[in-house]
Design a protein around this ligand. Structure first.
Ligand SMILES: Cc1cc2nc3c(=O)[nH]c(=O)nc-3n(C[C@H](O)[C@H](O)[C@H](O)COP(=O)(O)OP(=O)(O)OC[C@H]3O[C@@H](n4cnc5c(N)ncnc54)[C@H](O)[C@@H]3O)c2cc1C
Length: 427
C-alpha cells in the first residue's frame, strides 16, 4: 500500500543560521517540523575551511562578532567556544590606500549625515554620497567603503533603504571586535545536532503549491513534503526564484524582487609576523584596522588576526569589482590582490605563508554577498513587510532582521522572530 505523505506543522526551507534558529524555536514550541536544505551541509554563508595545506582553519564566510550580538555570543558559548578579541582597538585606524591618511572621520561624517533628514526618497546611495561630500575623492572613498560593507555598488542601492539598514545596526561597537575561539562550523553543528529531527540535506526546494489547507513543496529531485505552515529561511533574491502559489506570489513577488544580490570575494593571507600592525601618525603609533581603496571601488584590506592565532590579513572585495574578478582566472585574481597589498604595505606583503580565497559571487542558494540590498527601484520598506506572515507563510533571513541585518546575529534573530510569528498563526 502507498505510504501516506505526512503533514508537518511547519516546513522550514534553508538551514543557514536563520533556518536553524527558526528550527530551534519551533522545536521548543512542540510543533512538528521538517527542515529542507539545498546544500549537502548546513550553515549557508557560515562556512569554516582550512588553509591550502589543511594545517589550520579559517572562515571562508562569516567570521566576526561583537558583544552586543547576544544571540551569536550565546550560540558560540553553548557550542563550547569562547569569544576572543581581534587586534582591532578602540583607537585603530582605517587608512586611505592612496594617501595612507585616516579616513574614519570622513566615513563617520557621511554616515551621520546620511542618517539625518533625507529630502528625496528615490535617490541612489551614490547620488546622496556625492551631495554630502566635498570632493570627488572623498566621495570615492566613502562609496568604496560602503560598497565593501554592503557588497553592492552604491549606484544600485536605494539610499533610503541603506539608511534603514544602518539604523537597524543597534550597537555602538564596531562589528569586528571579536571572533569565536574555534571554527564557526561548531556553532552550526551544535544547532543541527540539538534539533529533535535531522535536517534533510541536498533538497533544493523548487516549487510551492497549495493543496486545500496545507502547502506542498517539491524539491529538485521530485520529492514532496506537506505542511500547514511554511517558513522560508532563504535570502529574498533566492526566494524570488521559487515558484509560489498564485496568491503568495501576488503578495510577495514585488517585495522579493525589490532586492539585488550582493557580490563578495574574501581572500585571507597568513603571515609569520604582523608587520602591518602599527602606523606612525603624528608621532603616535596607531594600530591599523584596515585600508580602503578609492581607485578600486569595494576593496578593503583588514587585519583579521585574533589574539593568540596566526597573523592574518583579509582582502574583502565587494560589488562589481568582485563580479569582475570572479570572472577572471584565479592567477589574475591573486596577482590583483598581491599588487594591491604591495602598493600599500610594501614588499613584506609578498612574504605570506598562505593564501586562500572564497568566492560567493552568484551563489545560487546563498546570494553572492554578505546579504542582499534593496535596489534603487525597490520598495524601501520591503524588509519590514517581508517580516509579516501572509496566510501561513513567513520569510526569515538576515536581510529582514529588526537588529543587525546583514550579519549572523541578524540571521539568528530573524529566524527566531519568524518562527514566533508562525507559531502564533498556527495556534
Ligand atoms: C564572505 C562573507 C563574510 C561575512 N562576514 C561576516 C562577519 O564577519 N560577521 C557576520 O556577522 N556576518 C558576516 N557575513 C554575513 C553572514 O554570513 C550572513 O548574514 C548570515 O550567515 C546569513 O544567514 P541566513 O540564514 O540569512 O542566509 P544563508 O546563510 O544564505 O542561508 C540560506 C540557506 O538556505 C539554503 N537554501 C537556499 N535556497 C534553498 C532552496 N531552494 N531549498 C533549500 N534550501 C535553500 C542555502 O543553501 C543556505 O543554507 C559574511 C558573509 C560572507 C559571504
Amino acid at each position: 500500500m502507498k505510504k501516506e505523505m505526512p503533514i508537518y506543522d511547519v516546513l522550514i526551507v534553508g538551514a543557514g543560521l536563520s533556518g536553524l534558529a527558526a528550527a530551534q524555536r519551533i522545536d521548543q514550541s512542540g510543533l512538528n517540523y521538517c527542515v529542507l536544505e539545498a546544500a549537502s551541509r548546513a550553515g549557508g554563508k557560515v562556512d569554516s575551511g582550512t588553509n591550502a595545506e589543511g594545517k589550520y582553519w579559517l572562515e571562508l564566510g562569516a567570521q566576526f562578532v561583537n558583544t552586543d550580538m547576544t544571540e551569536m555570543v550565546r550560540f558560540i558559548e553553548a557550542s563550547g567556544m569562547s569569544l576572543v578579541k581581534t587586534h582591532a582597538q578602540p583607537n585603530s585606524v582605517f587608512l586611505h590606500a592612496k594617501t595612507m591618511e585616516p579616513v574614519g572621520d570622513l566615513i563617520e561624517a557621511v554616515d551621520e549625515d546620511l542618517l539625518g533628514d533625507l529630502e528625496s526618497s528615490d535617490l541612489s546611495l551614490s547620488e546622496v554620497i556625492e551631495e554630502l561630500t566635498d570632493t570627488t575623492e572623498e566621495a570615492a572613498v566613502a562609496k568604496s567603503f560602503i560598497t565593501e560593507e554592503a557588497t553592492v555598488d552604491t549606484d544600485y542601492m536605494s539610499a533610503e533603504s541603506y539608511i534603514d539598514v544602518s539604523e537597524r545596526y543597534t550597537s555602538e561597537q564596531d562589528d569586528l571586535t571579536h571572533q569565536a575561539s574555534g571554527q564557526l562550523s561548531q556553532v552550526i553543528a551544535y544547532l543541527v545536532d540539538n534539533l529533535k529531527v535531522p535536517v534533510h540535506f541536498s533538497q533544493p526546494v523548487r516549487q510551492v503549491e497549495k493543496q486545500g489547507d496545507h502547502y506542498e513543496v517539491t524539491t529538485e529531485s521530485g520529492d514532496r513534503y506537506r505542511a500547514k505552515g511554511l517558513l522560508l529561511a532563504v535570502p529574498p533574491t533566492v526566494a524570488s526564484r521559487l515558484s509560489l502559489p498564485e496568491d503568495l506570489h501576488a503578495h510577495f513577488a514585488p517585495l522579493l524582487s525589490s532586492f539585488v544580490d550582493g557580490s563578495v570575494i574574501k581572500v585571507t593571507l597568513s603571515y609569520d609576523q604582523s608587520f602591518w600592525t602599527a602606523v606612525e601618525l603624528e608621532e603616535e603609533k596607531l594600530p591599523v584596522e584596515g585600508i580602503v581603496f578609492s581607485r578600486f571601488q569595494g576593496l578593503s584590506i583588514s587585519d583579521s588576526s585574533k589574539e593568540g592565532d596566526t597573523p592574518r590579513l583579509t582582502a574583502f572585495i565587494g560589488g562589481d569589482l568582485a563580479k569582475d574578478l570572479a570572472g577572471q582566472p584565479a592567477s589574475a585574481r591573486q596577482q590583483f590582490v598581491l599588487d594591491r597589498l604591495h602598493e600599500v604595505l610594501g614588499k613584506e606583503a609578498a612574504e605570506y605563508v598562505d593564501y586562500r580565497e572564497s568566492i560567493w559571487v552568484d551563489h545560487p542558494f546563498c546570494g553572492g554577498g554578505y546579504s542582499a540590498q534593496v535596489h534603487v527601484d525597490g520598495i524601501a520598506d520591503a524588509p519590514e513587510q517581508l517580516r509579516q506572515p501572509f496566510e501561513k507563510c513567513v520569510f526569515a533571513s538576515t536581510e529582514l532582521a529588526e537588529a543587525f541585518p546583514g550579519f549572523m546575529e541578524g540571521a539568528a534573530r530573524a529566524g527566531t522572530f519568524a518562527a514566533e510569528q508562525l507559531i502564533e498563526q498556527l495556534a
